[in-house]
Design a protein around this ligand. Sequence first.
Ligand code: ATP
Ligand code: MG
Length: 367
Amino acid sequence: MGHGNLARGAWGVTGTRAPLPGVASAGESTEIGPCERSPLAELAFGETADRREPARSRHLAFMPADTPLLDLKDPDQRHFGGYELLELLGSGGTGTVYRARQAALDREVALKLLAAGPWASREFIRRFEHEARYAARMEHPNIVTVYDVGCHEEIHFYSMRLVRGRSLSARLRSGEHFSPEAAARLVRTVAGALEYAHGMGVLHLDLKPSNVLVDANGVPHVSDFGLARQLQGTPVIDNDELSGTPTYMAPEQAVVHAYKLSAATDVWALGAILYELVAGRPPFRGDSVGETLDMVLEGHVREPSRFAPALPRDLEAIICKCLYKDAVQRYQTARALHEDLTRFLEGRLVHARRLNLLQRGLHWMLR
Ligand SMILES: Nc1ncnc2c1ncn2[C@@H]1O[C@H](COP(=O)(O)OP(=O)(O)OP(=O)(O)O)[C@@H](O)[C@H]1O
Ligand SMILES: [Mg+2]
């Protein structure tokens, strides 16, 4: 399961299930919104949350959320506002996604019901709706368009373009092999989508294989710009309470309040995805969220060629340039990464490697 944390920051609580419908549980934070639940929310979430502060720290990656799940055999649950739920597509840290029919427009969409909906704080909902507006403005062939955002019977949702295919995580899980060229081409397309989003002042901040949906033609579509923050006219934003998925998270994102986030933060995630595509494993994955975070912060990235000996040196140099702990040493823009991947695909010397060679030459001269 993913560890997306759009919701968790605002709620600031954990969410395992316990009984007592409509009644706030002990230790409830004042951040929590209304707890009077509708019958549908009651069915979706089952039981109320056990709200404990995470043991290790306030980092959002430690905070699991409640996942809404509806019974599609029950007509009362199948009909959700203006939508009819047709099939469960999957669930992650931020909610549950259904294939659904939007009755008014007679079209199929993907409908995401957000986790812990009934307990979302007003601040979270305000921010979520604000961010959904940015996601809805993005018109790009490789970005999943957000159609609608709303709340039905206290379950917050958004609908988006349905991508018929499989997520990159599903493809990786089924053991699919990606050649270096295929991996470079796919990530280059995603980098192009990111370049567009960054140009609109939006960072993704939760890029990972499950948020890259690959259609039947093999074309990737980036979903869940949910954690996205506006760049607000500056190249960086504060990392206060937001989070991504630790396995693909840049070091500056793994420390609350410590660093600034920038386009280079998304570049890290692209590098981590590319690493996994060619090496069959992500650069860092511990046995627990905490262990993964420690590895992201302190661990050394092992060259992907250790797991894929035939990996071209130029592609390895590109991946390693995305994964510098110090954001300043990474590609500063998705465009720069896109260009270097193009150089690789066209058989030209890539900038990442040229720099390495220059540095090595300098080192040799100074000896
Ligand atoms: N627009 C979409 N079209 C088709 N399938 C989708 C769409 N959005 C999501 N899915 C499917 O639903 C699954 C669950 O998505 P969801 O975003 O809830 O989980 P996640 O990406 O693993 O975690 P997170 O909640 O952190 O984003 C995805 O892996 C994907 O298979
Ligand atoms: Mg997702």
